[in-house]
Design a protein around this ligand. Structure first.
Ligand SMILES: C=C(OP(=O)(O)O)C(=O)O
Ligand SMILES: [Mg+2]
Length: 414
């Protein structure tokens, strides 16, 4: 059979922050797949462990042979069993022994090798021949919080969604135009701004959260009018990073303001109402399902309230969120859970319950383009993968190629 695994190779490569990460090559009798793992900065505490103590070097020097000897001879099409074998090799609940980044890179490389064995692109192998929907690009425009330095806004990500775009190319270039326009708008608020960028390619301005919100909205209106398409603002508040458990408050250091949970609900609701936000991610600490539920009850009919650190792509945590009506969207980051089959199970549960799955990059990325295929193959209506920067455009440009390949492409449905 063409999809029988012949070889597995593991190597250390650079990520976009200059840190080591892992890349895996899987060869089958009839194909070949390569994938690399990303890494987070504002990670959820319930994510699997990225690497064992000893890091990538230990994986390469001591684990490659063991993993390869287990996988050689298996069928790459049987991804679920392969993911189970990887979990057995690891032997811990949180993948601390060989690392979730090791297992996810292998899992994704196996899937790509399986697809290649049958001469199919990954999105088609995962999604079937009827797949034809593309995800709206949720583009990162300005960075604060853990993805930027001091003096930046407290809110981690100011994003935009070109919701009026009629195709992928239009959406991707609309986001790039907003990114350009924002540089000028930032300079109008901060004349000393020299064009510094954060981890995901968004600008890092020395301005208040309120000013950032104002110019984000202005850029959406101006560029949206010029291009003749609706572009809506969005946020990732990454509020676990703002939460101080001792004080039981969210600390907005740039603004010198502290908010308790009730204040935070009012603050976020006010932002959503004022700026017609399309999407708000992690508006509360990762343990506060109740705060999420209260906000979703108030704004869930007009805004996507999305859990990232809250769910960490974990099916059990999502099930709790569904039970509590905590959110109406979930971020999907395969390395939070450590395998493609578990990622798929979480996406499936989300869709069965009307929760929008948003396939996402991490702040530390490589030029790996796998998530572009996952977004299309899993039929995710939105992908969060930056707007500019080599490791971000690797995914966006792949989506442009996928759009060209699809017989009847159309933008996704929410
Ligand atoms: C992409 C994000 O950041 P990180 O990869 O640092 O978790 C995020 O919080 O959505
Ligand atoms: Mg997030």
């Amino acid at each position: 059979m063409d999809s029988i695994i012949e070889d597995v190779q593991v190597r250390k490569i650079l990520d976009s922050r200059g840190n080591p990460t892992i890349e895996v090559d899987v060869k089958t009798w009839g194909g070949y797949g390569r994938a690399a793992a990303p890494s987070g900065a504002s990670t959820g505490s319930r994510e699997v462990v990225s690497f064992p103590e000893g890091g990538v070097d230990l994986v390469v020097s001591e684990m490659e042979d063991l993993i390869a000897s287990e996988l050689i001879g298996m069928d790459a099409c049987d991804i679920t069993t392969i993911d189970e074998v990887l979990r057995e090799i690891d032997g811990t609940d949180n993948l601390a022994a060989i690392g979730g980044n090791t297992t996810v890179a292998i899992s994704m490389a196996v899937a790509k090798a399986a697809a290649a064995s049958y001469n199919m692109p990954l999105y088609q192998y995962l999604g079937g021949s009827m797949v034809n929907e593309l995800p709206y690009p949720l583009g990162n425009m300005m960075n604060g919080g853990a993805h930027a330095g001091v003096n930046a806004p407290d809110i981690q990500e100011f994003l935009v969604v070109p919701i009026g775009a009629s195709n992928m190319v239009e959406g991707i270039f609309a986001n790039a135009s907003i990114h350009k326009r924002l540089k000028e708008l930032i300079q109008s608020k901060d004349s000393a701004f020299t064009g510094g960028k954060g981890d995901e390619g968004g600008w890092v301005p020395n301005i208040t959260n309120a000013d950032a919100l104002e110019i984000q909205s202005k850029a959406c209106e101006e560029v949206g009018d010029e291009l003749g398409i609706e572009i809506r603002p969005a946020l990732d508040m990454a509020a676990s990073e703002l939460w101080d458990g001792n004080e039981q408050k969210y600390i907005y250091a740039q603004d010198g303001i502290k908010r308790d949970t009730g204040d935070q609900i009012d603050f976020v609701k006010d932002i959503i109402d004022t700026y017609n936000m399309f999407y708000v991610e992690d508006p509360f600490d990762e343990s506060d399902f109740e705060g999420f539920a209260q906000l979703t009850a108030k704004v869930g009919d007009k805004c996507l309230v999305c859990g990232d650190d809250l769910f960490v792509t974990n099916k059990e945590l999502l099930a709790k969120g569904i039970e509590m009506n905590a959110a109406n969207a979930i971020i999907i980051k395969p390395n939070q859970i450590g395998s493609l089959s578990e990622t798929h199970a979480t996406v499936k549960l989300a869709k069965e319950n009307g929760i929008v799955p948003v396939v996402s990059h991490r702040s530390g990325e490589t030029t790996d383009e796998t998530i572009a295929h996952l977004a299309v193959g899993f039929n995710s209506p939105m992908i969060k993968t930056g707007a500019i920067g080599g490791e971000r455009i690797a995914k966006l440009n792949e989506l442009i190629r996928i759009e060209e390949e699809l017989p009847n492409p159309r933008m996704g449905k929410f």
